[in-house]
Design a protein around this ligand. Structure first.
Ligand SMILES: NC(=O)C1=CN([C@@H]2O[C@H](COP(=O)(O)OP(=O)(O)OC[C@H]3O[C@@H](n4cnc5c(N)ncnc54)[C@H](OP(=O)(O)O)[C@@H]3O)[C@@H](O)[C@H]2O)C=CC1
Ligand SMILES: O=C(O)[C@H](O)COP(=O)(O)O
Length: 514
């Protein structure tokens, strides 16, 4: 259906949206975005769609196909066939194809970013950053793949007792098969390509299940692979609610690896049900920020604001609890408050610092945490204010361990401060939580920083900076309930391969140099 000709049902797609226009025209059918299989954009046979609401207006924005189990089967069957040929495609050609995607993604950043603004209420500025970062990630994965997949290992037999040098073992990395990629709403494009690019360069096929909020941005991103000429069937995108098709996908015998980012409950449930396949799980976090008495408080406050409130706190790596030594807590809180009151609150289109959270459910959950802290006697430095999904930022002081906000992940613009008497108390709080993604420590003493980093049992500890996933080639992992495996471009490529060895057996020992 031609958007430009304007059939009446197309009017239900936001008229000011750039979605499904220009080079993306074929992904939209009337008012519903199609799913992608066999190198084609198709309407689901289910006859049903899933509505995506705009978090800012709380009104319906887009519709995507509610795919059926048969359509999932088709995606996986096609992926299996296409992967066999892709695995035999020379590595330099696979890299070249990914470089094309990186270029197209960057060229098409405006319409993709526009989807992110409308679908997940990300500011226009951050939305563009997400798309450009995704292009860079794809290009880096292509290059990294060239480097690490070119290498194998050569072993000889005689180091092991009882052996002569009559066996040569050659090992190399081979693809797993079909990788299922499931990203969350908060970085639907970037966290999709962070799974897809490593999988593809390593010779795998990919089935993407986009998050419902963020699905349309994901489908636009998928179209850049289509435009780059990726082989039919190698990549597909099946849409539908995770609660409807999620279990079918994650337990499907045709899936050889699952790379998931999202909430702990969902991730742990998937891990328990998945078969004997490699899993990469990046789940929630409650990233602690320990501030010592000798810290540069200006630096700490700046990082706490950036870390705690960017994208309205909806990052797994957001600072989610400040653990401040009592002697500097007043001064630190004063600096944080001074910066917090300058944050602008409003719509993502206006590039406000704080924008609406993803859904009513999320806003209600955040409100519940705030009420619990208030009832239990926490001190609020700002008034609670909420309009729809828009929540004004709050610093909640004198938080104690009996309050939910001390432990739970709000995924919103509210930040608790716990005043600690000793560093050990801070470390204990960090380690007592089941979340263990990242943490950070502010101090001028590198000796103390290293000791605290060693003692904090989280996937990554940042010294004198807020937590963060990037640069995207760094290892990124959670301990305990925060995940399984490690992401980052290099680790993902390695994880999405298995080792294959060939052993050459000689009738008599062979020695180099005769
Ligand atoms: N550690 C990390 O790197 C990150 C962690 N997160 C965590 O993710 C959470 C917020 O993201 P959110 O998107 O709400 O998380 P969810 O766990 O609700 O959803 C994540 C993804 O899983 C899908 N899904 C839902 N149910 C199933 C199922 N049964 N089987 C398979 N897939 C399913 C969702 O689809 P659908 O949308 O259709 O339900 C979505 O694509 C936070 O807890 C946050 O900390 C977020 C980003 C990064
Ligand atoms: O999803 C998340 O929250 C991310 O993986 C964090 O990425 P960032 O640290 O780059 O914001």
């Amino acid at each position: 259906m031609n958007q430009g000709k304007g059939c009446s049902c197309c009017k239900s797609v936001c008229p000011s949206s750039l979605a499904g226009k220009g080079v993306f025209k074929e992904i939209l059918d009337c008012d519903t975005f199609k799913y992608y299989v066999d190198g084609e954009w198709r309407r689901s046979c289910s006859g049903h769609s899933v509505t995506i609401n705009n978090p800012s207006t709380r009104k319906p924005l887009f519709k995507v196909q509610a795919c059926t189990q048969e359509e999932v089967n088709r995606c996986i069957d096609s992926a299996k066939t296409a992967q066999k040929i892709w695995a035999k495609t020379p590595l330099w050609k696979r890299a070249e194809a990914l470089h094309k995607v990186a270029t197209i993604l960057k060229e098409q950043k405006a319409p993709i970013a526009d989807c992110l603004v409308k679908e997940v209420a990300k500011t226009s500025k951050d939305a563009v950053v997400e798309v450009v970062r995704s292009g860079d990630l794809v290009a880096y994965a292509a290059e990294e793949g060239i480097r690490i997949l070119a290498e194998g290992k050569f072993l000889v037999s005689d180091p092991f007792p009882g052996n002569d040098r009559n066996k040569y073992c050659l090992s190399s990395k081979i693809p797993l098969g079909v990788v299922l990629a499931i990203p969350p709403f908060n970085y639907p494009v970037n966290l999709a390509v962070s799974k897809m690019a490593p999988a593809l360069i390593a010779g795998n096929a990919v089935v993407l299940k986009p998050p419902t909020q963020g699905a349309v941005a994901c489908l636009h991103m998928i179209h850049t692979f289509h435009l780059a000429g990726f082989p039919k069937g190698l990549i597909s995108a099946v849409t539908g609610k995770g609660s409807d098709i999620g279990d079918y996908l994650t337990t499907h015998p045709g899936i050889n690896c699952i790379s998931f980012t999202g909430g702990c409950d969902t991730g742990i449930a998937i891990s328990k049900k998945a078969g004997m396949i490699p899993l990469q799980m990046e789940l929630g976090g409650k990233d602690s920020c320990i501030v010592l008495e000798d810290a540069d408080l200006e630096l700490a406050a700046t990082n706490i604001i950036k870390g705690g409130f960017s994208y309205s706190g909806q990052r797994c790596t957001a600072v989610k609890v400040v653990l401040a030594m009592e002697c500097i807590a007043d001064a630190l809180v004063c600096k944080i408050n001074g910066k917090l009151c300058k944050l602008t609150v409003g719509m993502p289109e206006d590039d406000c610092d704080i924008t609406p959270v993803i859904s009513d459910t999320s806003a209600n959950f955040i409100e519940g945490l705030v009420q619990d802290a208030r009832c239990k006697g926490a001190r609020f430095h700002q008034e609670w204010r909420r309009e729809g999904n828009l929540i004004w930022p709050i610093l909640i002081d004198f938080v104690r361990p009996d309050m939910r906000i001390a432990w739970e992940e709000p995924f919103g613009p509210i930040l608790p401060v716990i005043r600690i008497k000793t560093v050990e108390e801070g470390i204990h709080h960090c380690n007592a939580n089941n979340f263990a993604l990242q943490g950070c420590v502010f101090t001028k003493s590198f000796d103390k920083a290293m000791m605290i980093s060693d003692a904090m049992e989280s996937g990554t500890i940042q010294i004198n900076s807020a937590p963060g996933r990037g640069p995207d080639h760094f290892p990124f992992q959670g301990l305990r309930d925060s995940g399984v495996g490690s992401q980052g471009i290099t680790n993902s490529i390695n994880m999405m391969c298995k080792t294959k060895t060939t052993v050459m057996n000689f009738p008599s020992p062979t020695y180099a140099m005769g």
